[in-house]
Unconditional design. Sequence first.
Length: 452
Amino acid sequence: MSFDYDLFVIGGGSGGVRAARVAAAEGAKVALAEDSRLGGTCVIRGCVPKKLMVFASEYSGAFEDARAYGWDVQEGDFSWSRFQTKLHAELNRLEGVYRRLLDNSSVQIFDARAKLKDPHTVVLSTGEEKTAKHILIATGGRPVRPPMDGAELGMVSDDIFDLETLPETILIVGGGYIASEFACILNGLGVKVTQYYRGEQILRGFDLEARNLVSDMIKASGVDLQLGNNIATMTAADGGAVHVVATDGSETTFDKVLFATGRSPNTYDLGLEDAGIEMGLKGEVLVDEYSQTNIPSVYAIGDVTDRVQLTPVAIREGMAFVETVFKGNPTPVDHDLIPSAIFTQPEMGTVGLSEEDAAAQEPIEVYATSFKPMNTAFAGRDDKVLMKLVVSKATRVVLGCHIVAPGAGEMIQLAGVAIKMGATKEDFDRVCAVHPTMSEELVTMKAPVRTT
Ligand code: NDP
């Protein structure tokens, strides 16, 4: 049977674009459909604009520190509109880069929505039908609001980059990556931020000692972080504001409310049921270790599979898919020991097991130190950082590394190499310290602070 294409990719985000380009480079005839903007969540409404906002927000502290270091600088006003104009110009540029990369790889782009009709056919919103030997679903995810009356009064993370003006006050709901990062960003840009998290401590699932420090630092920076609190009811107030009654009984009116309460796989109305593709309870596409669905010609990668919702993971899944399907080299996706960073202020960088998870698995030694870093201590700030290694007592292998510090994202990338290689505590100790740095503590911690 002959097909229009060897591969049809649905979704032009990080994972889909990479898979399309690499498959085309192998000589496959490839098409890709995207109904929004090329680049997807990461480039257009996620990691990239978020990180640029992190940079913008860090200047408020930098002005203060500069004065403490002897500079005669005055803090001016932050112009959201000036920043936003430049931000959108940058996103347009990046979108253009993605389009050129696909064009140069001879991938045919359809600026249209695609739905599956059967295991080898997609229907485009233009009415065209295309057939392909393989179909790759890479449609990502989207932010979700909690199911409650008035939830439509709140924004989600997609909306932040298009705000006409910055609000004076905002309530952020949630305690995950997005809530905690935007609490710090908006606080740094001068917005009065309140954050409600329903549980006992933000960033559930990560190392507790690291979470506690991030939480303390978020509070110290001026964010009104309220643990064990949530919205009970919300109603519209004057001038587009939102009146919130919290579960602790307090009542407050906020200019804006931001829900950062998780993301859902984008599988709605994709024709997956018609094609007989199995999905999980959250609507995620179920796949095996090769990203193959129960229908052999259909694969899925990235957030739509709800495995690990991170851009570099989607990219690796795309590469492994091409290796498996177009290079004849079956390659399972390695989801073990993925380093990641939460861009709070300070950042948290983490790889491997938390102290709690490691202790539940085997006897461990914990090496940790928390101290005031030289840079901000000199400027008169009370900031603290944390360097922590979780070590197996039996094998001496470092099971987890947790860093809370400015630049922790950069540090954990490199610590991740050693830990992925199976480094022991003694391997860390054999490395000479780089002095004076914060991360030198990772190779100079002599005695465990706790053992189990
Ligand atoms: P998360 O799943 O990380 O966090 C969702 C938060 O919302 C949790 O604190 C959760 O509480 C809370 N929540 C869920 N439902 C409700 C509700 N009904 N009422 C109140 N609170 C609720 O999702 P995010 O949206 O923050 O991020 C999605 C994913 O995006 C992340 O998992 C991450 O993989 C990725 N991401 C990565 C970034 C990075 O690498 N730096 C940055 C941003 C996103 P509870 O803990 O009690 O369940």
